[in-house]
Write a protein that binds this ligand. Structure first.
Ligand code: ARG
Length: 463
Protein backbone atom coordinates (compact mmCIF):
# COMPACT_ATOMS: atom_id res chain seq x y z
CA UNK A 1 0.00 0.00 0.00
CA UNK A 2 1.00 3.65 -0.38
CA UNK A 3 2.17 5.46 2.72
CA UNK A 4 2.24 9.20 3.43
CA UNK A 5 5.86 9.14 2.28
CA UNK A 6 5.99 6.35 -0.36
CA UNK A 7 7.26 8.52 -3.28
CA UNK A 8 10.85 8.56 -2.16
CA UNK A 9 11.13 4.78 -1.93
CA UNK A 10 11.71 2.19 -4.61
CA UNK A 11 10.34 -0.67 -2.52
CA UNK A 12 7.91 -1.37 0.30
CA UNK A 13 9.04 -1.27 3.93
CA UNK A 14 9.72 -4.55 5.66
CA UNK A 15 6.35 -5.64 7.06
CA UNK A 16 7.63 -6.40 10.54
CA UNK A 17 9.58 -3.17 10.80
CA UNK A 18 6.59 -1.21 9.56
CA UNK A 19 4.44 -2.83 12.22
CA UNK A 20 7.18 -2.09 14.76
CA UNK A 21 7.06 1.62 13.93
CA UNK A 22 3.32 1.94 13.51
CA UNK A 23 1.44 3.80 16.24
CA UNK A 24 -2.14 3.43 15.06
CA UNK A 25 -2.78 0.73 17.66
CA UNK A 26 -2.61 3.38 20.40
CA UNK A 27 -2.79 6.80 18.74
CA UNK A 28 -6.26 6.06 17.40
CA UNK A 29 -7.34 7.58 20.71
CA UNK A 30 -6.40 10.91 19.13
CA UNK A 31 -8.91 10.41 16.30
CA UNK A 32 -11.29 13.24 17.09
CA UNK A 33 -8.45 15.58 18.03
CA UNK A 34 -6.69 14.83 14.77
CA UNK A 35 -9.82 15.58 12.74
CA UNK A 36 -10.50 18.79 14.66
CA UNK A 37 -6.91 19.92 14.12
CA UNK A 38 -7.24 19.19 10.41
CA UNK A 39 -10.57 21.02 10.17
CA UNK A 40 -8.92 24.13 11.60
CA UNK A 41 -5.85 23.70 9.39
CA UNK A 42 -7.96 23.40 6.23
CA UNK A 43 -9.90 26.53 7.20
CA UNK A 44 -6.57 28.31 7.80
CA UNK A 45 -5.32 27.26 4.36
CA UNK A 46 -8.61 28.49 2.88
CA UNK A 47 -8.37 31.87 4.63
CA UNK A 48 -4.77 32.23 3.45
CA UNK A 49 -5.86 31.63 -0.15
CA UNK A 50 -3.72 28.49 -0.36
CA UNK A 51 -6.80 26.33 -0.98
CA UNK A 52 -9.62 27.31 -3.32
CA UNK A 53 -12.94 27.88 -1.62
CA UNK A 54 -14.24 24.73 -3.31
CA UNK A 55 -11.36 22.55 -2.07
CA UNK A 56 -11.56 24.01 1.44
CA UNK A 57 -15.24 23.30 1.60
CA UNK A 58 -14.85 19.76 0.20
CA UNK A 59 -12.19 19.02 2.83
CA UNK A 60 -14.38 20.49 5.54
CA UNK A 61 -17.36 18.37 4.49
CA UNK A 62 -15.25 15.21 4.19
CA UNK A 63 -13.62 15.68 7.59
CA UNK A 64 -16.95 16.37 9.27
CA UNK A 65 -18.36 13.19 7.83
CA UNK A 66 -15.34 11.23 9.06
CA UNK A 67 -15.64 12.79 12.52
CA UNK A 68 -19.30 11.92 12.70
CA UNK A 69 -18.71 8.30 11.64
CA UNK A 70 -15.86 7.86 14.09
CA UNK A 71 -17.62 9.40 17.07
CA UNK A 72 -20.86 7.50 16.40
CA UNK A 73 -19.02 4.20 15.94
CA UNK A 74 -15.54 3.85 17.47
CA UNK A 75 -15.09 0.58 15.51
CA UNK A 76 -14.89 2.73 12.38
CA UNK A 77 -11.42 3.85 13.49
CA UNK A 78 -9.88 0.45 12.81
CA UNK A 79 -6.78 -1.06 11.34
CA UNK A 80 -8.17 -2.87 8.28
CA UNK A 81 -6.20 -0.63 5.91
CA UNK A 82 -2.83 -1.02 7.59
CA UNK A 83 -2.47 2.70 8.35
CA UNK A 84 0.77 3.76 10.02
CA UNK A 85 -0.89 6.15 12.45
CA UNK A 86 -4.07 8.09 13.10
CA UNK A 87 -2.93 10.93 10.82
CA UNK A 88 -2.53 8.50 7.90
CA UNK A 89 -5.91 6.96 8.72
CA UNK A 90 -7.74 10.27 8.56
CA UNK A 91 -6.01 11.44 5.39
CA UNK A 92 -6.70 8.15 3.59
CA UNK A 93 -10.37 8.23 4.63
CA UNK A 94 -10.60 11.83 3.42
CA UNK A 95 -9.07 11.09 0.00
CA UNK A 96 -11.33 8.05 -0.35
CA UNK A 97 -14.31 10.38 0.11
CA UNK A 98 -13.39 13.55 -1.76
CA UNK A 99 -10.52 12.57 -4.04
CA UNK A 100 -7.92 15.14 -5.10
CA UNK A 101 -9.01 17.94 -2.79
CA UNK A 102 -8.13 15.64 0.11
CA UNK A 103 -4.59 15.40 -1.24
CA UNK A 104 -4.18 19.15 -0.62
CA UNK A 105 -4.95 19.06 3.13
CA UNK A 106 -1.36 18.42 4.21
CA UNK A 107 -0.02 21.52 2.38
CA UNK A 108 2.47 23.37 4.58
CA UNK A 109 1.93 21.02 7.50
CA UNK A 110 3.90 18.22 9.11
CA UNK A 111 2.93 15.27 11.22
CA UNK A 112 5.47 16.54 13.73
CA UNK A 113 3.31 19.54 14.61
CA UNK A 114 0.11 17.61 13.97
CA UNK A 115 0.86 15.08 16.69
CA UNK A 116 1.84 17.94 19.00
CA UNK A 117 -1.47 19.70 18.43
CA UNK A 118 -3.46 16.44 18.69
CA UNK A 119 -1.95 15.53 22.03
CA UNK A 120 -2.61 19.02 23.39
CA UNK A 121 -6.22 18.94 22.22
CA UNK A 122 -6.59 15.48 23.74
CA UNK A 123 -5.34 16.65 27.13
CA UNK A 124 -7.48 19.78 26.96
CA UNK A 125 -10.58 17.59 26.86
CA UNK A 126 -9.38 14.76 29.11
CA UNK A 127 -7.79 16.71 31.99
CA UNK A 128 -11.10 18.29 33.10
CA UNK A 129 -12.61 14.78 33.28
CA UNK A 130 -9.72 13.65 35.45
CA UNK A 131 -10.21 16.66 37.70
CA UNK A 132 -13.85 15.63 38.07
CA UNK A 133 -12.74 12.13 39.14
CA UNK A 134 -10.36 13.62 41.70
CA UNK A 135 -13.19 15.76 43.07
CA UNK A 136 -15.39 12.64 43.30
CA UNK A 137 -12.71 10.86 45.35
CA UNK A 138 -12.47 13.94 47.59
CA UNK A 139 -16.26 13.91 47.95
CA UNK A 140 -16.12 10.29 49.19
CA UNK A 141 -13.73 11.39 51.97
CA UNK A 142 -16.06 14.24 52.92
CA UNK A 143 -19.03 11.87 53.10
CA UNK A 144 -16.97 9.59 55.32
CA UNK A 145 -16.21 12.63 57.51
CA UNK A 146 -19.97 13.17 57.81
CA UNK A 147 -20.42 9.56 58.93
CA UNK A 148 -17.60 9.99 61.46
CA UNK A 149 -19.30 13.04 63.03
CA UNK A 150 -17.38 14.22 66.08
CA UNK A 151 -15.42 10.96 66.52
CA UNK A 152 -11.85 11.28 67.76
CA UNK A 153 -8.79 9.29 66.82
CA UNK A 154 -5.07 9.45 67.47
CA UNK A 155 -2.89 11.19 64.92
CA UNK A 156 0.49 9.60 64.30
CA UNK A 157 4.04 10.71 63.66
CA UNK A 158 6.65 8.01 63.09
CA UNK A 159 3.58 5.74 63.21
CA UNK A 160 3.53 6.34 66.98
CA UNK A 161 0.53 7.96 68.68
CA UNK A 162 1.02 11.74 68.60
CA UNK A 163 -2.05 13.80 69.57
CA UNK A 164 -5.84 13.40 69.44
CA UNK A 165 -7.58 14.73 66.32
CA UNK A 166 -11.08 14.60 64.91
CA UNK A 167 -11.49 11.73 62.42
CA UNK A 168 -12.82 14.42 60.05
CA UNK A 169 -9.52 16.29 60.42
CA UNK A 170 -7.58 13.20 59.34
CA UNK A 171 -9.87 12.76 56.33
CA UNK A 172 -9.54 16.43 55.37
CA UNK A 173 -5.77 16.04 55.38
CA UNK A 174 -6.11 13.64 52.45
CA UNK A 175 -8.59 15.96 50.73
CA UNK A 176 -5.92 18.68 50.90
CA UNK A 177 -3.51 16.58 48.85
CA UNK A 178 -6.21 15.74 46.29
CA UNK A 179 -6.94 19.45 45.90
CA UNK A 180 -3.30 20.04 45.04
CA UNK A 181 -3.64 17.39 42.33
CA UNK A 182 -6.47 19.36 40.76
CA UNK A 183 -4.32 22.52 40.89
CA UNK A 184 -1.36 20.71 39.38
CA UNK A 185 -3.55 19.65 36.47
CA UNK A 186 -4.57 23.29 36.03
CA UNK A 187 -0.87 24.06 35.60
CA UNK A 188 -0.69 21.32 32.95
CA UNK A 189 -3.68 22.88 31.18
CA UNK A 190 -1.85 26.19 31.19
CA UNK A 191 1.33 24.63 29.80
CA UNK A 192 -0.47 22.99 26.88
CA UNK A 193 -2.41 26.15 26.05
CA UNK A 194 -0.16 26.94 23.10
CA UNK A 195 -0.77 26.38 19.37
CA UNK A 196 2.03 24.36 17.73
CA UNK A 197 0.65 24.66 14.15
CA UNK A 198 2.56 26.93 11.79
CA UNK A 199 5.80 25.25 12.80
CA UNK A 200 5.94 22.89 9.82
CA UNK A 201 8.30 19.96 10.22
CA UNK A 202 10.80 22.14 12.07
CA UNK A 203 11.49 25.46 10.32
CA UNK A 204 8.01 26.98 10.06
CA UNK A 205 5.67 27.02 7.10
CA UNK A 206 6.01 28.81 3.74
CA UNK A 207 2.29 29.63 3.56
CA UNK A 208 0.83 32.82 5.06
CA UNK A 209 -1.21 31.10 7.76
CA UNK A 210 -2.80 33.40 10.35
CA UNK A 211 -1.68 31.40 13.37
CA UNK A 212 -3.45 33.77 15.76
CA UNK A 213 -6.77 33.01 14.11
CA UNK A 214 -5.90 29.31 14.08
CA UNK A 215 -5.14 29.46 17.82
CA UNK A 216 -8.52 31.07 18.46
CA UNK A 217 -10.31 28.49 16.33
CA UNK A 218 -8.75 25.61 18.30
CA UNK A 219 -9.13 27.27 21.70
CA UNK A 220 -5.47 28.06 22.39
CA UNK A 221 -4.54 31.29 24.17
CA UNK A 222 -0.97 31.49 22.92
CA UNK A 223 1.04 30.61 19.81
CA UNK A 224 4.25 28.61 20.19
CA UNK A 225 7.41 30.70 20.33
CA UNK A 226 9.76 28.61 18.22
CA UNK A 227 9.14 26.04 15.48
CA UNK A 228 12.24 23.97 16.30
CA UNK A 229 11.15 23.77 19.93
CA UNK A 230 7.66 22.63 18.88
CA UNK A 231 9.11 19.85 16.77
CA UNK A 232 10.87 18.18 19.72
CA UNK A 233 8.96 19.45 22.78
CA UNK A 234 7.12 16.95 24.95
CA UNK A 235 7.74 18.69 28.27
CA UNK A 236 4.00 18.84 28.73
CA UNK A 237 3.85 15.04 28.64
CA UNK A 238 6.41 14.96 31.44
CA UNK A 239 4.36 17.54 33.35
CA UNK A 240 1.23 15.43 32.99
CA UNK A 241 3.10 12.28 34.04
CA UNK A 242 4.46 14.15 37.05
CA UNK A 243 0.97 15.30 38.01
CA UNK A 244 -0.24 11.70 37.56
CA UNK A 245 2.66 10.30 39.59
CA UNK A 246 2.07 12.64 42.50
CA UNK A 247 -1.66 12.00 42.24
CA UNK A 248 -0.94 8.27 42.49
CA UNK A 249 1.43 8.83 45.42
CA UNK A 250 -1.47 10.54 47.21
CA UNK A 251 -3.89 7.72 46.41
CA UNK A 252 -1.28 5.22 47.52
CA UNK A 253 -0.89 6.95 50.89
CA UNK A 254 -4.66 7.09 51.34
CA UNK A 255 -4.79 3.38 50.50
CA UNK A 256 -2.00 2.62 52.95
CA UNK A 257 -3.78 4.49 55.77
CA UNK A 258 -7.00 2.56 55.20
CA UNK A 259 -5.18 -0.76 54.81
CA UNK A 260 -3.70 -0.14 58.26
CA UNK A 261 -6.78 1.37 59.86
CA UNK A 262 -9.12 -1.43 58.70
CA UNK A 263 -6.75 -4.14 59.99
CA UNK A 264 -7.41 -6.19 63.13
CA UNK A 265 -4.54 -4.29 64.80
CA UNK A 266 -6.28 -0.91 64.44
CA UNK A 267 -9.96 -1.60 63.74
CA UNK A 268 -10.65 2.12 63.26
CA UNK A 269 -12.84 1.56 60.19
CA UNK A 270 -14.67 -1.47 58.80
CA UNK A 271 -14.28 -2.37 55.16
CA UNK A 272 -17.51 -3.13 53.28
CA UNK A 273 -17.73 -6.77 52.18
CA UNK A 274 -18.11 -5.49 48.64
CA UNK A 275 -14.69 -3.83 48.84
CA UNK A 276 -12.73 -6.86 50.06
CA UNK A 277 -11.84 -10.38 49.03
CA UNK A 278 -11.31 -13.58 50.98
CA UNK A 279 -8.52 -16.09 51.10
CA UNK A 280 -8.68 -19.39 49.23
CA UNK A 281 -7.11 -21.07 52.26
CA UNK A 282 -7.76 -19.06 55.43
CA UNK A 283 -11.50 -18.76 56.07
CA UNK A 284 -11.21 -15.78 58.44
CA UNK A 285 -9.49 -13.42 55.99
CA UNK A 286 -11.01 -10.21 54.63
CA UNK A 287 -8.36 -8.67 52.45
CA UNK A 288 -8.30 -5.04 51.23
CA UNK A 289 -7.23 -6.00 47.67
CA UNK A 290 -8.54 -2.91 45.87
CA UNK A 291 -6.59 -0.65 48.22
CA UNK A 292 -3.46 -2.75 47.81
CA UNK A 293 -3.80 -2.52 44.03
CA UNK A 294 -4.11 1.26 44.19
CA UNK A 295 -0.93 1.32 46.28
CA UNK A 296 0.76 -1.07 43.86
CA UNK A 297 -0.24 0.73 40.69
CA UNK A 298 1.40 3.94 41.87
CA UNK A 299 4.72 2.27 41.02
CA UNK A 300 3.71 1.78 37.44
CA UNK A 301 2.70 5.42 36.90
CA UNK A 302 5.90 6.67 38.55
CA UNK A 303 7.69 4.28 36.19
CA UNK A 304 6.09 6.01 33.20
CA UNK A 305 7.39 9.38 34.41
CA UNK A 306 10.90 8.07 35.01
CA UNK A 307 10.89 6.22 31.68
CA UNK A 308 9.68 9.24 29.76
CA UNK A 309 12.31 11.57 31.24
CA UNK A 310 14.99 9.06 30.26
CA UNK A 311 13.57 8.83 26.72
CA UNK A 312 13.72 12.60 26.29
CA UNK A 313 17.06 13.34 27.84
CA UNK A 314 19.44 12.38 25.01
CA UNK A 315 17.43 13.59 22.02
CA UNK A 316 18.97 16.03 19.56
CA UNK A 317 16.92 19.15 18.71
CA UNK A 318 13.83 18.66 16.58
CA UNK A 319 11.49 15.70 16.12
CA UNK A 320 12.85 12.21 16.70
CA UNK A 321 10.80 9.05 16.44
CA UNK A 322 11.61 8.27 20.07
CA UNK A 323 8.95 10.87 20.88
CA UNK A 324 6.26 8.48 19.70
CA UNK A 325 6.84 6.64 22.98
CA UNK A 326 5.06 9.49 24.79
CA UNK A 327 1.57 8.25 24.03
CA UNK A 328 1.50 4.80 25.58
CA UNK A 329 3.03 6.22 28.77
CA UNK A 330 0.53 9.05 28.87
CA UNK A 331 -2.55 6.94 28.06
CA UNK A 332 -1.67 4.21 30.52
CA UNK A 333 -0.94 6.77 33.26
CA UNK A 334 -4.29 8.41 32.60
CA UNK A 335 -6.21 5.11 32.58
CA UNK A 336 -4.46 3.87 35.69
CA UNK A 337 -5.04 7.12 37.55
CA UNK A 338 -8.75 7.22 36.68
CA UNK A 339 -9.18 3.54 37.57
CA UNK A 340 -7.51 4.10 40.94
CA UNK A 341 -9.54 7.24 41.68
CA UNK A 342 -12.76 5.33 41.04
CA UNK A 343 -11.67 2.31 43.07
CA UNK A 344 -10.59 4.54 45.96
CA UNK A 345 -13.87 6.47 45.95
CA UNK A 346 -15.80 3.21 45.89
CA UNK A 347 -13.89 1.64 48.80
CA UNK A 348 -14.05 4.84 50.87
CA UNK A 349 -17.79 5.03 50.15
CA UNK A 350 -18.24 1.71 51.99
CA UNK A 351 -16.06 2.41 55.04
CA UNK A 352 -17.74 2.46 58.45
CA UNK A 353 -15.98 4.39 61.22
CA UNK A 354 -15.69 2.75 64.65
CA UNK A 355 -15.87 5.76 66.99
CA UNK A 356 -15.64 3.61 70.14
CA UNK A 357 -12.33 2.15 69.02
CA UNK A 358 -10.84 5.38 67.67
CA UNK A 359 -12.03 7.32 70.71
CA UNK A 360 -10.39 4.87 73.13
CA UNK A 361 -7.15 5.02 71.16
CA UNK A 362 -7.26 8.83 71.30
CA UNK A 363 -6.94 8.76 75.10
CA UNK A 364 -3.92 8.07 77.30
CA UNK A 365 -0.30 9.09 77.08
CA UNK A 366 -0.81 10.98 73.82
CA UNK A 367 -2.22 13.73 76.05
CA UNK A 368 1.30 14.43 77.37
CA UNK A 369 1.63 17.62 75.32
CA UNK A 370 -1.58 18.88 76.90
CA UNK A 371 -0.13 18.23 80.37
CA UNK A 372 2.95 20.24 79.40
CA UNK A 373 0.72 23.04 78.05
CA UNK A 374 -1.13 23.01 81.38
CA UNK A 375 2.13 23.72 83.23
CA UNK A 376 3.06 26.42 80.70
CA UNK A 377 -0.27 28.09 81.44
CA UNK A 378 0.73 28.06 85.11
CA UNK A 379 3.93 29.90 84.25
CA UNK A 380 6.53 27.13 83.81
CA UNK A 381 8.87 27.53 80.78
CA UNK A 382 7.95 24.96 78.13
CA UNK A 383 11.34 23.21 78.20
CA UNK A 384 10.97 22.61 81.97
CA UNK A 385 7.37 21.48 81.52
CA UNK A 386 8.54 19.01 78.87
CA UNK A 387 11.01 17.53 81.33
CA UNK A 388 8.48 17.27 84.17
CA UNK A 389 5.95 15.50 81.95
CA UNK A 390 8.63 13.27 80.43
CA UNK A 391 9.51 11.99 83.89
CA UNK A 392 5.82 11.55 84.70
CA UNK A 393 5.32 9.51 81.50
CA UNK A 394 8.32 7.34 82.35
CA UNK A 395 6.76 6.59 85.75
CA UNK A 396 3.32 5.87 84.27
CA UNK A 397 4.83 3.46 81.75
CA UNK A 398 6.68 1.62 84.52
CA UNK A 399 3.51 1.43 86.62
CA UNK A 400 1.32 0.60 83.60
CA UNK A 401 -1.00 3.49 84.40
CA UNK A 402 -2.23 6.57 82.59
CA UNK A 403 -2.98 10.23 83.39
CA UNK A 404 -6.60 9.61 84.30
CA UNK A 405 -5.84 7.31 87.23
CA UNK A 406 -3.46 9.74 88.94
CA UNK A 407 -4.55 11.22 92.27
CA UNK A 408 -3.89 14.89 92.92
CA UNK A 409 -1.07 13.78 95.23
CA UNK A 410 0.47 11.76 92.41
CA UNK A 411 0.34 14.80 90.14
CA UNK A 412 1.85 17.04 92.77
CA UNK A 413 4.79 14.72 93.34
CA UNK A 414 5.89 15.93 89.90
CA UNK A 415 5.06 19.63 90.20
CA UNK A 416 3.36 21.81 92.80
CA UNK A 417 1.72 23.67 89.92
CA UNK A 418 -0.74 20.83 89.38
CA UNK A 419 -4.21 21.52 90.82
CA UNK A 420 -7.66 19.95 90.71
CA UNK A 421 -8.39 21.52 87.28
CA UNK A 422 -5.73 19.30 85.66
CA UNK A 423 -8.34 16.55 85.30
CA UNK A 424 -10.53 18.67 82.99
CA UNK A 425 -7.49 19.99 81.09
CA UNK A 426 -6.15 16.56 80.23
CA UNK A 427 -8.85 14.89 78.12
CA UNK A 428 -8.96 14.24 74.35
CA UNK A 429 -11.86 16.67 73.92
CA UNK A 430 -10.07 19.41 75.89
CA UNK A 431 -6.98 18.74 73.79
CA UNK A 432 -8.68 19.35 70.43
CA UNK A 433 -10.84 22.20 71.74
CA UNK A 434 -7.77 24.12 72.93
CA UNK A 435 -6.32 24.36 69.43
CA UNK A 436 -6.48 27.92 68.14
CA UNK A 437 -5.38 28.04 64.49
CA UNK A 438 -7.63 27.67 61.42
CA UNK A 439 -5.67 24.67 60.11
CA UNK A 440 -5.91 22.86 63.46
CA UNK A 441 -8.19 20.06 64.63
CA UNK A 442 -10.25 22.43 66.82
CA UNK A 443 -13.91 21.47 66.23
CA UNK A 444 -14.91 24.92 64.96
CA UNK A 445 -11.89 25.02 62.64
CA UNK A 446 -12.75 21.57 61.25
CA UNK A 447 -16.39 22.57 60.77
CA UNK A 448 -15.26 25.64 58.82
CA UNK A 449 -12.83 23.54 56.78
CA UNK A 450 -15.60 21.06 55.96
CA UNK A 451 -17.92 23.76 54.73
CA UNK A 452 -15.15 25.46 52.72
CA UNK A 453 -14.37 22.06 51.17
CA UNK A 454 -18.02 21.51 50.27
CA UNK A 455 -17.99 24.88 48.52
CA UNK A 456 -14.86 23.83 46.64
CA UNK A 457 -16.55 20.56 45.65
CA UNK A 458 -19.58 22.41 44.29
CA UNK A 459 -17.27 24.50 42.12
CA UNK A 460 -15.62 21.38 40.59
CA UNK A 461 -16.74 19.62 37.44
CA UNK A 462 -18.54 16.37 38.10
CA UNK A 463 -17.01 13.39 36.27
N1 ARG B 1 3.30 8.70 15.11
C1 ARG B 1 4.21 9.79 15.22
C2 ARG B 1 4.45 10.16 16.68
O1 ARG B 1 3.68 9.78 17.48
C3 ARG B 1 3.67 10.99 14.52
C4 ARG B 1 4.72 11.93 14.07
C5 ARG B 1 5.46 11.30 12.99
N2 ARG B 1 6.41 12.16 12.42
C6 ARG B 1 7.38 11.69 11.66
N3 ARG B 1 8.20 12.51 11.15
N4 ARG B 1 7.52 10.39 11.47
O2 ARG B 1 5.39 10.82 17.05
Amino acid sequence: MAHLWSGRFAGDPDAELFAFGSSFRFDRRLFEDDVRGSLAWAAGLGRAGVLSAADASAIDGGLREILERGTADPAFVNDTHGDEDVHAFVERELIARIGDAGRRLHTGRSRNEQVAVDLRLYLKRRVPLLQGEIAAAAASLIELADRAGDALMPSYTHLRRAQPVLVAHFLLSHVASLRRDVDRLNAVLDEIDELPLGSGAIAGTAYPIDVRALADALGFTRVARNSMDVSGDRDFVASFLHAASLGMVHLSRIAEDFILFTSEEFGYFDLADSAATGSSLMPQKKNPDPLELVRGKSGRVIGHLAGWLVTMKGLPAGYNKDLQEDKEALFDAEDTWIGCLRASASVIGGLRPNPAVTGRAASGLLLATDVADYLVAKGLPFRDAHEVVGALVRRLLAEQRSFDDLTLDDWRQHSPLFAEDVRQAVTPLASISKKRTPQSTAPDAVAAALSETREWLRAQRSP
